[in-house]
Write a protein that binds this ligand. Structure first.
Ligand code: TXA
Ligand code: MG
Length: 346
């Protein structure tokens, strides 16, 4: 199919608003529109249309046992599609619109193809103005996974979306993804407790102000063979660049020493001090500026994994992140991208 592009939707102009209206109509009629959110790009279809959901799985090459998130324009719309609770209302008041997804019991109106047959459905109210305008224009909730081909890192720029989905969707809307990794997903277990299924821009520490937080095993660890998963997406190899990625556990000096011994062409996602030390090194690795702050690293992570993949290297290295605050999301994505390959350098 021929994909239409609106690289910079302008919500302030009449022409821009007309484009969003048209995108909404494509969704309403069962077509697919890729749109920016504050986390990553989403590949959207009508969340109440079983056939649209089937098209989403096909466009992504995604196994259909991995359920979709439905995106709503207002937090209060959650009640139309799910059984909400007081805890949901309190979380929604604090974190929505924003990068939080909540898993709740689904109402019968939600098609089984969206939930992959589960009795629950994940809902999220994005804060990105283009996402909000599109959902409002569609007049239906939008089911959307991340807009990557299954297995590759989620796209955070217009050009990365285009590389994956050109010719597979009706329309692509551009925009900025401020956070850079997918939303935090929680399941509500009781009025005062929840399970963190996937870490993201809302941290466990922030959620802890509202409920007791348990981390799902899959957040920090590799699933054992045959283990049942609380969030089906966790079982798939994810976010992986094609070039093998290795994570280094050790202090800065030991990491630099280790990298200095490497031969061949390799890339490093490096912070300021590493760049300083490695740029003088004879091995001259390909250096990607990963920044030093966890929010900046999250913002750059998927972008850099894709760019590092194009640099023609044999290996990519990065330091193993901490597991506190925003770094938990970084840790979770990096260990998957690395296929859990960690090298001790101390
Ligand atoms: O930030 C995001 O969440 C992005 C943007 C586009 O909104 N979307 C996204 O969707 O990351 P996706 O499909 O790539 O990841 C959704 C995750 C999957 O791991 C899936 O297994 C899980 O949510 N999930 C969906 N419904 C679920 C449910 N009912 N119970 C448990 N996990 C669920
Ligand atoms: Mg995804």
């Amino acid at each position: 199919m021929k994909t239409e592009y609106v690289e910079r939707p302008d919500l302030q102009s009449d022409a821009g608003r007309r484009e969003i209206e048209r995108a909404g109509e494509i969704i309403r009629r069962g077509g697919l529109v890729v749109f920016p959110t504050e986390t990553v790009f989403g590949l959207g279809g009508n969340g109440l249309d079983a056939e649209a959901a089937a098209k989403i799985y096909a466009a992504k090459g995604r196994p259909s046992d991995n359920p979709l998130i439905i995106h709503i324009a207002e937090p209060s719309d959650a009640k139309k599609y799910t059984e909400t609770t007081d805890l949901f209302d309190r979380l929604a008041l604090r974190f929505m619109p924003g990068p939080l997804t909540v898993v709740l019991p689904a109402k019968p109106i939600v098609p089984k193809t969206v939930t992959a047959g589960l009795p629950t459905v994940a809902v999220r109210c994005p804060s990105h103005p283009v996402a909000h305008a599109l959902i409002a224009a569609a007049g239906v909730p939008i089911a959307a996974p991340s807009a990557n081909l299954s297995g590759s890192p989620s796209p955070t720029t217009f050009s990365h979306v285009r590389e994956d989905l050109d010719g597979r969707v009706d329309m692509i809307l551009g925009g900025e993804c401020e956070i850079g990794v997918e939303s935090t997903i929680v399941r509500l277990d009781s009025p005062s407790s929840l399970t963190l299924l996937r870490p993201g821009g809302i941290t466990p520490e922030q959620l802890g102000e509202f409920a007791r937080v348990t981390l799902s095993d899959a957040v920090l660890n590799k699933l054992k063979e045959g283990e049942t998963v609380q969030s089906p997406g966790m079982k798939y190899k994810h976010y992986a660049p094609k070039t093998p990625l290795f994570l280094l556990r050790g202090d800065l000096q030991s990491r630099i020493a280790y990298l200095s011994r490497q031969t061949g062409r390799f890339a490093v996602l490096a912070g300021g001090e590493e760049i300083e030390a490695l740029s003088r090194h004879p091995a001259s690795p390909v250096l990607f500026d990963f920044g030093d702050d966890p929010a900046i690293r999250l913002h750059r992570l998927f972008f850099l994994l894709r760019e590092a993949d194009k640099a023609g290297c044999e290996r990519i290295y990065a330091a193993l992140p901490e597991t506190e605050g925003l770094s938990l999301a970084l840790y979770n994505r990096l260990i998957r991208a690395a296929g859990y390959q960690i090298i001790e350098t101390n």
